[in-house]
Write a protein that binds this ligand. Structure first.
Ligand SMILES: Cc1cc2nc3c(=O)[nH]c(=O)nc-3n(C[C@H](O)[C@H](O)[C@H](O)COP(=O)(O)OP(=O)(O)OC[C@H]3O[C@@H](n4cnc5c(N)ncnc54)[C@H](O)[C@@H]3O)c2cc1C
Length: 426
């Protein structure tokens, strides 16, 4: 039996722990904070006296690794699945505009959905279809050094098309502006969403808060497999001897009895206790923030699960029934603003886009996640490290390692699975 220590209890660490323990390894999971989930966690809100999430998380049908993990931990029924792509957009002065595909006739259903997307003119819809049809044939070499904005300009996508579709996808999936995000990674996510079958383009939402939707199931599986979870255990030092980690020192205990270590902490945490021993390159990540604004209403007039807002600083509204949750991605520019200022801005958008008014509001809570995701620039995408390291018994996981994906749950889960497979193969 292999004895493994997994450092970090975000979704990457939970994935590694689940796969390793399912293959018969004995796993100890060390997590620095008093709770699991990392950047996708829940906490009790005092006002609501209920769990809410640090941020709404969206999965997609193309999240193959995440869906496999959810199945593995028995959490499949904790998510809401669409039969086919449907997003309800709200546009000022025009009300609700649907981007909706039929449940069959893939890929014609997706093309038809784009052709009837009324946020743009018919001519503009044709330019979207032309762009989509060209997508698989675009040479990677040609767009290698471009950002998304430069690429869309080259492909004659008008400003209205960019604002009404491409930017919404880019900000949602890459959490950064189109003038920073790499065109190559954008192309690869568009291919994954639109070219991998009908289900790939669908949106999947957690049915409950994140801890109930996936964290608790992952812990149950680990504990059934005799794994151990140690919370409030900050890894401070990894002692390396003869190219092997021989000791792990945490804030409260020292560990020596293990064969393999998976580090599933973010790049900025790894830097504190190990980095220079495993990475030659001088890499550094830039981060992008996400704001979630939870608003409790006397009467909630919203009927759909979620809405995308066109041309608004607030990008999405999620309908939690008990309350609503606005999401602002790419939010570095708002991080210094007070919770009240952010709420006032969101309230203004709500009154412009919906029938909600100030007198409906009972309470609100603003959650700021400063380093929500790394910014997928061309420079950083070319220097992400792989799971294997120079140290023979150490493997890396985390959404930032070289998975070919942006900083998402899917990247984190894929990295966790890859690290576990590397341990199993060693
Ligand atoms: C508000 C928000 C909204 C998001 N929305 C989406 C979305 O809709 N869809 C999507 O796909 N992705 C989304 N993401 C991104 C997604 O949450 C992350 O990509 C993913 O959770 C990263 O998981 P991870 O396990 O790699 O890292 P983390 O979640 O950061 O986990 C790392 C863990 O390591 C622990 N740790 C750090 N240092 C130490 C140490 N020294 N010792 C022990 N433990 C340590 C941390 O406490 C943490 O628990 C969102 C992120 C945020 C913040």
């Amino acid at each position: 039996m292999k004895k493994c220590i997994v450092i970090g209890g975000g979704i990457a660490g939970l994935t590694s722990a689940a796969y390793l323990s399912n293959k018969g390894s004995h796993v100890t999971l060390l997590e620095s904070s008093p709770k699991l989930g990392g950047r996708a966690y829940s906490f009790i809100d005092k006002y609501a006296n209920d769990d809410i999430d640090n941020g709404q998380h969206i999965l997609m049908g193309c999240y193959a690794d995440t869906l496999k993990f959810i199945n593995l931990i028995g959490a499949k029924d904790n998510f809401i699945y669409q039969n086919s792509l449907q997003v309800n957009f709200l546009k000022r002065g025009e009300g609700e505009i649907k981007l909706k595909a039929l449940g069959q006739l893939y890929p014609i259903n997706l093309l038809a959905a784009l052709l009837s997307y009324k946020a743009v003119t018919f001519q503009e819809r044709l330019s979207i279809i032309r762009f989509m049809l060209k997508l698989p044939f675009v040479s990677q070499r040609k767009i290698k050094n471009m950002n998304v904005k430069e690429w869309l300009k080259l492909e004659n996508q008008s400003e209205v098309v960019v604002n009404s579709l491409w930017q919404i996808i880019a900000v949602g999936a890459l959490n950064t502006s189109i003038d920073k995000a790499s065109a190559s990674i954008y192309r690869s996510i568009l291919l994954k969403i639109f070219y991998k079958g009908n289900f790939a383009s669908t949106i999947i939402l957690p049915k409950y808060c994140l801890s109930q939707s996936y964290v608790n199931n992952a812990v149950d599986l680990l504990e059934r497999n005799k794994g151990i979870v140690k919370l409030s255990s900050i890894v401070e030092e990894l002692v390396v001897s003869e190219n092997k980690i021989i000791e792990i020192n945490t804030s409260n205990k020292s560990y020596k009895d293990f064969d393999f270590v998976v580090s599933a902490v973010p790049f900025y945490s790894l830097k504190k206790f190990l980095l220079e021993k495993i990475l030659d390159r001088n890499i550094d990540f830039e981060y992008s923030s996400i704001l979630n604004i939870h608003i409790w209403l006397k009467n909630n007039p919203l009927t759909e699960e979620f809405y995308g807002l066109i041309n608004s600083p607030a990008h999405w509204i999620f309908n939690k029934r008990s309350h609503i949750n606005l999401v602002i991605s790419d939010a570095n520019y708002l991080m210094e603003k007070s919770a009240e200022e952010i709420y006032e801005m969101c309230l203004q958008e709500l009154t412009l886009f919906t029938t909600v008014s100030e007198s409906d509001v009972q309470n609100y809570k603003v959650v700021k996640e400063k380093r929500a995701t790394f910014i997928p620039t061309n420079k950083i995408l070319n220097s992400r490290p792989s799971s294997k390291t120079k140290i023979s018994n150490l493997f890396l996981a985390g959404d930032w390692i070289d998975t070919g994906l942006p900083s998402t749950l899917e990247s984190a889960v894929k990295s966790g699975r890859m690290a576990a497979e590397n341990v199993i193969a060693s």
